[in-house]
Design a protein around this ligand. Structure first.
Ligand SMILES: NC(=O)c1ccc[n+]([C@@H]2O[C@H](COP(=O)([O-])OP(=O)(O)OC[C@H]3O[C@@H](n4cnc5c(N)ncnc54)[C@H](O)[C@@H]3O)[C@@H](O)[C@H]2O)c1
Ligand SMILES: [Zn+2]
Length: 353
């Protein structure tokens, strides 16, 4: 098993990655544990997890982003109170990003903060949401508008969970790994270009371990350098400003990872048109995305004016200007604030199938 340290001083923690990592939860016997999971994960993995932690108490909510609400977080806290968990309680998130974000947020506010552990079960949660301490919920006005920074005390990443994960969810995780490659690491990007069919069409789970490891290493470095997103952490939003708009305009029929994939293609096209990125690299990015079974074209319901409007509402914007992350080459990107609406519109025009 491999271990990565997220260097955050007194809030530093380990990410343990490898086959059997989730069994290490059995060692968490020093404090009372409160497990939170969703209905799908409970059905598939609940019995195994209960065997690992027989003394833990449980809370389960219905699976899906639509339950990532303040109400569910209050339910988690009320259940913890009913079960008499005190300030020494440890919350344990077993699930994808939805479970992790809400359990983390509940842990941030229950009795003004208790510790929590992440056991991610989706590829997206393994490479992205379980590391870094961003927690929160959605409200009708927007995704993740309520939340807190609250770092976990341990992350246990066990690739065994991927064996039950639908291929569409695997692709969403691959989209975030590819993102990491484009902004930070050409070698990681090239790994995904190599035999993509072994990652999506006939997944070979051993192959995911080095990809998860590298993505977590990169994310850990970024979080340690810039926990609150004042600088380098903003690069992780690559593809996301376009992606969030695509998710929204498709009424969330296009998932987060799929939106980000198309979003990266839009950002690549824009960067080419601005003379910041080569056409060759943009085509290479498109090819890699497409060979992982992800979309590369803007759907018809994402009309240019609606895209611009949705992108302007992104919470990452400053002073009304759309803030974008644009690549300069595969493995390198920068934050850009100076792009005009008409430049964005012109790139979007080139993105329809
Ligand atoms: N905190 C962060 O830094 C951060 C980063 C990226 C994304 N996010 C958030 O993460 C969420 C998306 O995460 P997600 O894609 O993991 O979604 P998710 O948690 O909804 O999981 C997707 C689906 O897969 C199911 N599932 C989970 N594990 C499974 C398994 N092993 N086998 C079979 N089915 C399984 C879930 O029940 C759900 O239906 C979004 O809410 C997003 O905002 C947060
Ligand atoms: Zn994302």
């Amino acid at each position: 098993m491999d271990k990565i340290r997220v260097g955050l001083g007194e809030r530093a923690y380990d990410i343990v990655i490898g086959k059997g990592a989730s069994d290490l939860a059995a060692n968490l016997t020093d404090r009372a544990n409160f497990f939170v999971t969703d209905s799908t994960v409970a059905k598939i993995w609940g019995a195994r997890a209960k065997e690992t932690m027989p003394d833990a108490k449980w809370f389960e909510f219905p699976a899906g982003e639509s339950h990532k609400t303040p109400e569910t977080v209050i339910d988690i806290c009320r259940k913890a109170a009913e079960l008499r968990f005190d300030r020494k309680a440890r919350f344990v998130a077993l699930g994808g990003g939805v479970v992790g974000d809400m359990t983390g947020f509940a842990a941030a506010i229950y009795m003004r903060g208790v510790g929590f552990v992440q056991i991610p079960t989706t590829l997206l949660a393994m490479v992205d949401s379980s590391v870094g301490g961003k927690t929160g919920v959605d409200i009708p006005e927007g995704k993740n508008l309520i939340g807190a920074f609250h770092q976990p005390e341990l992350v246990l990443i066990d690739p065994v969970f991927l064996t039950s994960l639908p291929i569409t969810e695997i692709r969403c995780g691959l989209s975030e790994i590819l993102k990491m490659g484009v902004i930070f690491d050409e070698k990681l990007f090239a790994e995904l270009e190599n035999k993509p069919e072994n990652l999506t069409f006939k997944p070979d789970y051993e192959r995911f371990i080095p990809l998860i490891l590298r993505s977590c290493e990169l994310k850990a470095q970024v979080v340690a350098a810039d926990e609150r997103e004042a600088g380098v952490r903003a690069l992780l939003n690559y593809g996301h400003t376009f992606g969030h708009a695509i998710e929204l305009l498709s009424d969330f029929n296009i998932s987060h990872g799929e939106g980000v994939a198309i979003g990266m293609c839009c950002a690549g096209e824009l960067a080419v048109q601005l003379g910041r990125f080569s056409r060759t690299d943009a085509e290479r990015q498109k090819q890699a995305i497409s060979s992982l079974g992800l979309g590369i074209a803007l759907p018809q319901n994402c009309a240019v004016p609606a895209m611009l409007e949705a992108m302007k509402r992104d919470k990452k914007n400053r002073n009304g200007a759309i803030t974008l992350v644009l690549p300069t080459q595969i493995g390198k990107a920068e934050v850009v604030n100076s792009v005009t609406d008409s430049q964005i519109a012109s790139a979007l025009e080139a993105m329809y199938a």
